[in-house]
Design a protein around this ligand. Structure first.
Ligand code: SF4
Length: 224
């Protein structure tokens, strides 16, 4: 009855049209998957249960933002703060707050119990999350950041201070520039050497990717 209708609703949800710029949140993704996404290659559908999971994540996220906005002791300078316009990368930081006259970019993550329990220092944080907050700090010119984690199973929280790393940001931007050149010239990027198996397992482009050779030129029909 109702469950069937809810599933149908989530199944009817389509992916949003691809932005023509990289989003800050995808800079840690596989170059090859980004290439396929930009060029509109066929990708696996997302099932209703996974869409429900994303929806729950968004709801938790909004809940934490609204709590922070209501805290008298926190001076929220901005929520959903868009980075300055540029040709390559777009994105919005969750919050910018002022604490003891110091500005901080705040990024909120709601994660499952297993990953949450593994977090005890900055070195335990996924590189994707680090790249994301670093680029927000870079574009917003704020050298301090906080990643705030919520355990979606228990609602416990942990926070980590992140300081700006200029070299890392410049390398990430350079990588994105090179990837854009490959996309414009239809040169399929190599599979990143540091990719872990689980990333390919979850990738929506694995079918098309596995059907290709590594380091190939998509203009060449012999590649397929
Ligand atoms: S299957 Fe793996 S290597 Fe291929 S696009 Fe996806 S993440 Fe990248």
């Amino acid at each position: 009855m109702l469950i069937e209708k809810i599933n149908k609703y989530f199944e009817s949800q389509k992916d949003r049209e691809r932005d023509r710029k990289f989003h800050v949140s995808e800079v840690g993704n596989c170059d090859r998957a980004l290439y396929f996404d930009f060029l509109g290659y066929e990708k696996e559908e997302i099932d209703a249960a996974t869409r429900m999971k994303f929806h729950n994540g968004n709801v938790s996220h909004r809940k934490i933002v609204s709590i922070l906005l209501g805290c008298n002791d926190i001076n929220v300078v901005g929520a959903e703060v868009t980075i300055p316009e540029n040709d390559l990368i777009t994105g919005r930081a969750d919050l910018v707050v002022s604490l003891d006259n110091q500005l901080y970019v705040v990024d909120i993550k709601t994660i499952a119990d297993y990953g949450f329990n593994l977090l005890s220092s900055v070195s335990d944080i996924s590189k994707n999350y680090i790249y994301q907050i670093q680029l927000y700090m870079h574009f917003l010119k704020i050298p301090n950041g906080i990643i705030l984690f919520e355990n979606k199973n228990t609602n416990e929280m942990k926070e980590f201070f992140i300081s700006y790393n200029k070299d890392l940001c410049e390398k990430l931007i350079e990588r994105m520039k090179n990837l854009k050149i490959k996309i414009d010239n239809k040169i399929v990027p190599e599979k990143p050497y540091d990719l872990e198996d689980w990333q390919c397992n979850y990738c929506r482009f694995k079918k098309v990717c596995y059907g290709m050779n590594n380091n190939i030129d998509a203009n060449n029909d012999n590649n397929y």
